[in-house]
Write a protein that binds this ligand. Structure first.
Ligand code: HEC
Length: 157
């Protein structure tokens, strides 16, 4: 934590706008190469359709009950009325958790919201993502990881 403290303070001062509204931050999440990911499940809710994908290595780790390796991305490709609407991305990296204090931390996962052109949604505060996904701490912060063992080549519905 010490190592990042000055950087963190600077960030906080930039982000904390006069309006008092906490704005989105860039963080360490990079947009992944989607061609390397496996679409393992689809979630449908009304006009929403989510394609959820990750690496073969992460799927193997989940199946074998090992912890998910560093360098893993999970991507939720969110469609509305059949059109690409946004990408939600989680990335696990060594030391990623050090950027946050313990009340916010989600192990070494960071979260980001990308628009279809892959720019970051600067209106989103990713603390919100973390606070909801913390409920899933016992499942490596994943909501749909339990579906991975049921994947047999076509996305689990
Ligand atoms: C209010 C709770 C909540 C918030 C806030 C939230 N998520 Fe999720 N997330 C879920 C649920 C529930 C799922 C499972 C899919 C579904 O039911 O839509 C999910 C699934 C995911 C997945 C697929 C992997 C998995 O966990 O199954 C990613 C990636 C993801 N979310 C990223 C994000 C990002 C990035 C943000 C913030 C921009 C975010 N989430 C905010 C509840 C939340």
């Amino acid at each position: 934590m010490k190592k990042y403290a000055p950087y963190f303070a600077l960030f906080a001062s930039i982000l904390y706008l006069p309006s008092g509204q906490l704005q989105a931050e860039e963080n360490r999440v990079q947009f992944p190469d989607l061609d390397e990911l496996v679409h393992y499940t689809t979630v449908r809710r009304g006009d929403v359709m989510e394609h959820i994908m990750t690496t073969p290595e992460a799927m193997e780790a989940v199946e074998e009950g090992r912890s998910i390796p560093y360098g893993t991305h999970f991507v939720l490709v969110d469609h509305r009325d059949g059109e690409l609407y946004r990408y939600f991305v989680m990335e696990k990296g060594e030391g990623f958790g050090d950027d946050y204090d313990t009340s916010r931390r989600t192990d070494d996962w960071q979260f980001q919201w990308f628009w279809p052109d892959r720019s970051i949604n600067t209106d989103e505060n990713t603390a919100r993502c973390q606070s909801c996904h913390r409920r899933q701490a016992s499942s490596d912060y994943l909501f749909t990881g339990y579906r991975i063992p049921r994947f047999d080549g076509s996305p689990v519905e």
